[in-house]
Design a protein around this ligand. Structure first.
Ligand code: AMP
Ligand code: MG
Length: 399
């Protein structure tokens, strides 16, 4: 049986990147950039005044002058003026420093009357103080953002400042979440004793939403091979990514692998040496669709969705994998089966800013209520059965 690492690698080797599209700046946040972004102009584009006050000639101030006739006022956005000797220009934050001016005195340090502007007697001014020099943040042509960046609100400011009214991003994959199982009844509908509430469909959609994938819709299907085949065929036609849940184990009603095979989906792997989630299945459709079939146990489904589907979607977008995170176990853990164990944890940090992982084991892989309040899971490698307290292990956040 393949390992967790092999499964992840096979998925990344198989999936195909999404195409690019242009979106208006207002729709760019959360999307993955597909173009380099360089500075349109120097930043700031001119010597920018950083205080409301007056602009002076430093040499006149340095020679002892403290009173100046007011020549004019220059606001932010006004064309740059030229300062005459013996004068001051009233200047506002964001304005371009007037020609011949090289001293800005804040308005709090002057008085103004009918004779002009007067600087406090003992005021110590420095040449070019309160001037944000042209190009001091970056120069025109400087690289500001790289392809593969998931666009944050801060990046939207950068895109706007680079003059981009629209931007090239990865086309958002359309995702179909298909849960299966005769026993499952959605919330809001009457339920009999022998039936179970359907929770995986809404949970998968929510997890994908939390990771920035908004084009996921959910359908539930009964364990009927004919129905499964017809509906999954339609979803394969319509979507880039299918995430199925349930029906991938060895039971008599576990039709999903056979149906996918019959629909021409090439199996890349079935089963990973892990717990929870051992029966996980992955394949590729004829048109390059990624097909994930997750085991139905709710804990298995959530862990497999986070562990395999989310990184695959990032890769489809062209976003590089995030740096690996690690945490230190607060207590010893023994796990006998020779399977990699995804162990839910709560995370706290200590005074040395180390992440501490407090195990929050679920009762079974159906015990999803125990996941509430957990931050993610640690990955305990299958080659080891005893993990001492303070062992440093990989950690994955739910979101
Ligand atoms: P399966 O993988 O189909 O054999 O399902 C394994 C277990 O998970 C069974 O007890 C199912 O009732 C349960 N299960 C499967 N799908 C869901 C779902 N969508 N919501 C809640 N429980 C599920
Ligand atoms: Mg089932």
């Amino acid at each position: 049986m393949i390992s967790v690492e092999e499964a992840s690698q096979l998925i990344l080797d198989t999936i195909e990147p999404a195409e690019s599209e242009r979106v208006p700046l207002a729709r760019a946040a959360g999307r993955v950039l597909r173009q380099p972004v360089v500075a349109e102009r120097d930043q700031p584009p001119f010597d920018r005044v950083m205080m409301d006050g007056i602009a002076l000639r430093y040499d006149e101030f340095g020679a002892g002058s403290r009173s100046f006739k007011i020549q004019s006022t220059q606001h932010a956005g006004d064309e740059r003026q030229s300062l005459k000797s013996g004068h001051a220009i009233e200047i506002m934050t964001g304005a371009s420093l007037p020609q011949n001016a090289d001293l800005v005195v804040p308005v709090e340090r002057i008085t103004v009357n009918e004779h002009g502007a007067h600087v406090e007697a003992n005021y110590e001014g420095k040449r070019r103080q309160f001037v944000h020099a042209r190009g001091s943040d970056h120069e025109a042509g400087a690289e500001l953002l790289r392809p593969g960046t998931r666009i944050t609100p801060m990046d939207v400011a950068i895109l706007a400042s680079a003059g981009l009214a629209d931007v090239e991003v990865a086309r958002e994959p359309s995702i179909r979440v298909i849960s299966t199982g005769n026993e499952l009844v959605p919330a809001g509908e009457p339920i009999a004793d022998h039936q179970v509430r359907l929770s995986n469909g809404p949970a998968i959609v929510a997890m994908l939403e939390a990771h920035g994938y908004h084009k996921a819709s959910h359908e539930h299907l009964a364990d009927d091979p004919k129905l499964l085949e017809a509906r999954i065929a339609e979803h394969l036609d319509a979507a880039d990514v299918l995430v199925l849940s349930g029906g991938v184990s060895m039971g008599k009603a576990d039709f999903v692998p056979q149906v996918l095979k019959d629909l021409g989906v090439e199996v890349i792997f079935h089963k990973i040496s892990q717990r929870p989630g051992k029966p996980m299945w992955f394949g590729m459709g004829k048109e390059g669709q990624s097909v994930f079939a997750l085991p139905g146990n709710p804990v298995s489904t959530l862990v497999c969705c986070r562990q395999y589907v989310v990184p695959a979607l990032r890769d489809i977008d062209g976003e590089p994998p995030p740096p690996k995170a690690f945490a230190s176990l607060t207590q010893a853990v023994t796990f006998k089966p020779r399977l990699t164990n995804f162990l839910p944890v709560r995370i706290v940090s200590n005074a040395t800013a180390q992440l501490l992982a407090m195990p929050a084991p679920t009762n079974t892989s159906g015990d999803f209520a125990a996941l509430s309040g957990t931050d993610g899971y640690v990955i305990l490698n299958r080659n080891q059965t005893e993990f001492m307290a303070s062992s440093v292990v990989p950690f994955v956040r739910w979101q």
